[in-house]
Structure formats: C-alpha cells, structure tokens
Design a protein around this ligand. Structure first.
Ligand SMILES: *[C@@H]1O[C@H](CO)[C@@H](O)[C@H](O)[C@H]1NC(C)=O
Ligand SMILES: [Cu+2]
Length: 163
C-alpha cells in the first residue's frame, strides 16, 4: 500500500516536471561557441524548438557586427537597405521571442549576410493548449499534468510538421 503511494507520488513528480517545463523560458546563445560572427553555423537552429517567452542572446564584437531584424523577402535577398524591424548593436543583445511566428535576423555589415550571418527562427506558442483552470484534487492534477505533457508533445510534433 505504502509503496503504491510512493509510486504515485513519484509519477506525479515526473508529470509535474513536464507540466512546469514549458513555463521556464529558455535563453538561446545564438551560434553557441562562435556566437554571432562569420563563423555562425548555418545549422544552428536544427533540432531546436523556440517557444514564446524564450529569448535569443546575440554575442559578437560590437565593432564588427550587428543584429538587424527584417522581413522574409529582405532576409532572402540579404537586403540590408530594406525595411528594418529592429536593430541591435551592443555586442551582447537579448531579443525576446514575444509572439508566435517567424522572425528574420541578419548582420547588415558588408556582405556578412550573404556570407551566412542570417538567422530564421520559427516561434511556437506552447501555452495555447494549457487548461483554463488548475485541477483541484491530486488525482485530477496528475491526469491533468499527464494530458498537458501529451499536449506539449503533440504541439512540438505539429510544429515540426509545419516546418
Ligand atoms: C531592398 O529594399 C528596398 C526598400 O524596400 C527596395 O526598394 C529594394 O528594391 C530592395 N532591394 C532588393 C535587392 O530586394
Ligand atoms: Cu557581421
């Protein structure tokens, strides 16, 4: 009897971890080790999921690069004189992904964009499928947590299919 309760508690704890995981915003270091430089790897976004509330941290020598947010057409053409949505140039810039959808970032210095300093992120909304009210009893909390964890897995699967 006691071991069944321990098992239930352990299961609830694991389910709660899944439940709480999407709430903690992630900070992504753009490009990881080389950062936002000419060595920025084109494959950096592979396998990553960007959720609303996460943020991008661009680290680079401020005298050599910058961060410019543009639209899709200007991104594809590396048009540094197109319509600018935002510009950052401190060398240590945090950009919060505050809404779902696509965002396009380039470096507007010289030919850097065409040399590979361009980043497209697709931001997904993980809270869209959260339940409206918190469950009351521990049993319904458990099933609620499990179903939300399943919903999160489903959302990621759907996001992957949309790419
Ligand atoms: C760049 O953007 C400007 C302003 O929208 C536009 O006039 C120009 O044709 C664009 N150049 C390219 C190469 O797309
Ligand atoms: Cu640059």
């Amino acid at each position: 009897m006691a071991s069944r309760q321990v098992l239930l508690l352990a299961t609830a704890a694991i389910a709660a971890t899944f439940l709480l995981a999407p709430a903690s915003a992630e900070v992504f270091m753009v490009g990881d080790t080389p950062g936002w430089t000419l060595k920025y790897p084109a494959t950096w976004t592979d396998g990553k999921t960007f959720v609303v509330g996460d943020s991008l941290m661009f680290m680079y020598p401020a005298d050599k690069h910058n961060v410019m947010e543009v639209g899709g057409a200007d991104f594809r053409a590396c048009n540094v004189t197109g319509n600018t949505i935002g510009t950052w140039n401190s060398g240590s810039d945090t950009v919060t992904l505050d809404k779902a959808g696509r965002r396009w970032f380039i470096c507007s210095v010289g030919p850097h964009c065409s040399m590979g300093m361009k980043l497209l992120v697709t931001v997904v909304d993980a809270t869209a499928q959260a339940p409206a009210s918190p469950p009351s009893s521990s049993a319904s909390f458990l099933s609620g947590a499990v179903s939300q964890a399943m919903a999160a897995v489903g959302a990621v699967a759907a996001a992957v299919l949309m790419l």
